[in-house]
Design a protein around this ligand. Structure first.
Ligand code: 5GP
Ligand code: MG
Ligand code: MG
Length: 180
């Protein structure tokens, strides 16, 4: 697997240092609010797992799976709920945990859905932001890292369902795509 990596953009150590910082910020923000932390599957699973361990507050977790990408590297612009929440968001302080924001379409849809379901507040923490391809006006409340306009993998992010288990964020060698 490692032989497919062209470049490491964010190392394991940089990720963990940042997540500790984000956890401290979020602990302040959500003290005594019993937030519902929503992981957008599957990409945000590793980030969510590390982030909640750095949050020293009572919180609840739930998971949602939406699709806008399939296994290709381009956004289709369509958002479909594959797995919905098990928890009611009505009156709750909700924090959406996302892996990366690209077009912003997925999150815009999710935020509107949760507001429609009467969440008390909806905020977004994203590990990565790729601001170049925004199609809608959307910014995360908290961003870990801004990344260049390249398709990145690792630490939860896949290419054709692979590479999620890399401990860092990296870019693949071109031959990996050509082998499709
Ligand atoms: P958006 O709706 O903002 O265009 O897309 C968000 C989703 O597309 C992300 O949650 C992620 O699953 C996928 N995505 C966007 N950019 C990348 C990327 O560079 N690498 C990977 N692996 N997934 C991406
Ligand atoms: Mg995602
Ligand atoms: Mg994907």
């Amino acid at each position: 697997m490692l032989q497919d990596i062209r470049e490491v953009l964010i190392s394991e150590e940089e990720l963990q240092t940042k997540i500790k910082e984000l956890g401290a910020t979020l602990s302040e923000e959500y003290r005594e609010r019993n937030p519902l932390i929503i992981c957008v599957l599957k990409g945000a699973a590793l980030f969510m797992a590390d982030l909640v361990k750095k949050m020293d507050v009572h919180l609840e977790m739930d998971f949602m799976d939406v699709s806008s990408y399939g296994s290709s590297t381009k956004s289709s612009g369509e958002v479909k709920i594959i797995k919905d929440l098990n928890t009611s968001v009505e009156g709750r302080d909700v924090l959406i945990v996302e892996d990366i924001i690209d077009s912003g379409l997925t999150l815009k849809y999710l935020v509107e859905l949760l507001e429609h379901r009467k969440a008390k507040s909806v905020k977004i923490v994203t590990l990565l932001d790729k601001p170049h391809h925004r199609k809608v006006d959307l910014t995360a409340d908290i961003t870990g890292f801004t990344v260049p306009d390249e398709f990145v993998v690792g630490y939860g992010l896949d290419y054709a369902e692979k590479y999620r288990n890399l401990p860092f964020i990296g870019v693949l060698k071109p031959h990996v795509y050509e082998g499709q």
